[in-house]
Write a protein that binds this ligand. Structure first.
Ligand code: GMT
Length: 377
């Protein structure tokens, strides 16, 4: 049997798919027997209560008066090095190149080559930050100096190579969800708080950033509701929310649209829906579509980034070109009016989520990468 490892994990600890995946991975590795050290400015929101083999190390940022901006990145790099030395970490697994892989690179300079760095790319650092010429060289350095780099989709891998002119190996490691949490739940009671038995439920869950094209969600819903009486449930919050609320008012849809805000038990909430809408402009993976799939809920969305790698068109959902809301609405109506098709798609969703994105399989992929960079395989 391979020896258990000491693994440091750094991610954005607040809301977001990357934080969720990093935290869930840490929890699974710890359950298996590895020692996991989260290094961040606050406790990752999905960490929850006490877990054997998980230790959290908080990064304190110095606010010495000469600093115009407190240097979080430098404090993080120092903390990574400190934890790596005192706890004798084997691996630093960082989620996002900016700033985490850069900090890990600095930490490695302080600790020595025995410490191996694995960087997982989640999207925004490549699709947004790497477009900024002033950051390009830094991101390229962080990626090239990592001992292994993983990408959450083929599309993100392709874009990373193109935008940053990267030629090194990148491992494809899809995201996953914990099947013990994400499975179809009986949410009929909650559903009846929003929808009559004859009404259908469409849902959108996001951080309401412009890239999510939440306005398209409203347009799709309007067209669907004209043909099939429905309700639209919004989960989450973010910068576009006020604009969306105004749009709904202008369209006279207030009594059919409900805002649930941020929710903890996403599996239960998603289980209320007939369809998840994800018409994003960019999406390196689209974790929420996998969360829905694992609960038996199909996604109707856009052919953006990694979404087609996750949602198989016609099998576990339907996809249309970005912004083509009429086509997305037609797909929704097709699904909502055809019970047989909806049942088949639901079964395909459950099968695909459990077979192609199983947590056990994806965790093993990460473990193999760790052993490989340590020269143990
Ligand atoms: O999509 C966001 O706004 C949040 C961001 C994050 O940091 O979690 O999501 C990115 O990483 C997720 C986990 O790998 C992916 O599922 C999302 O597709 C990706 N977002 C984008 O590419 C826009």
């Amino acid at each position: 049997m391979d020896r258990f490892l000491k693994i440091g994990i750094t991610c954005y600890p607040s809301l977001g798919g990357s934080g969720v995946v990093a935290t869930e991975l840490g929890k699974l590795l710890a359950e298996k027997g590895h020692e996991v050290h989260f290094i961040s400015h606050s406790v990752p929101f999905r960490l929850g209560s006490f877990h054997k083999n998980i230790i959290y190390h908080e990064v304190d940022v110095s606010d010495y008066y000469v600093f115009r901006y407190p240097p979080y990145d430098l404090s993080l790099a120092t903390k990574m090095a400190q934890v790596a030395k005192t706890q004798q970490l084997d691996i630093l697994h960082v989620h996002y190149a900016v700033p985490h892989a850069v900090c890990a690179f600095l930490a490695k300079q302080m600790v020595g080559d025995k410490l191996k760095v694995v960087t997982t790319l989640h999207g925004t650092d490549i699709t947004v930050l790497a477009q900024d010429e002033s950051l390009k060289d830094l991101i390229r350095l962080a990626i090239n100096e990592s001992d292994a780099v993983t990408s959450v989709s083929r599309d993100l891998m392709r874009e990373t190579r193109e935008v940053l002119d990267i030629t090194r190996d990148i491992d494809l490691t899809y995201n996953f969800v914990d099947e013990r949490v994400y499975h179809p739940r009986d949410a009929s009671k909650c559903r009846s708080d929003f929808a009559q038995p004859e009404e259908k439920v469409l849902m959108h869950i996001s951080n309401f950033r412009p890239v999510k094209r939440v306005s398209d969600v409203v347009d799709i819903f309007k067209m669907v509701n004209e043909q099939v009486p429905s309700r639209l449930l919004f989960v989450g919050e973010g910068p576009e929310l006020p604009k969306i609320q105004s749009k709904i008012k202008e369209m006279g849809l207030e009594d059919r649209v409900h805002f649930l805000g941020k929710q903890d038990d996403i599996a239960h909430v998603i289980s209320m829906a007939d369809i998840l809408l994800l018409p994003s402009e960019k999406e390196s993976f689209g974790l929420v579509a996998l969360e829905a799939m694992a609960c038996g809920v199909p996604t109707v969305g856009s052919v953006a980034g990694g979404i087609p790698e996750l949602v198989t068109h016609g099998e576990t959902g339907f996809l249309a070109p970005i912004g083509v809301t009429r086509q997305m609405a037609d797909y929704c109506v097709l699904l909502l009016k055809n019970e047989k098709l909806a049942k088949e798609i639901r079964e395909s969703c459950l099968f695909r989520a459990n077979h192609e994105f199983s947590s056990e399989a994806i965790m093993s992929q990460y473990e193999s990468i760790y052993y490989r960079v340590l020269g143990q395989k």
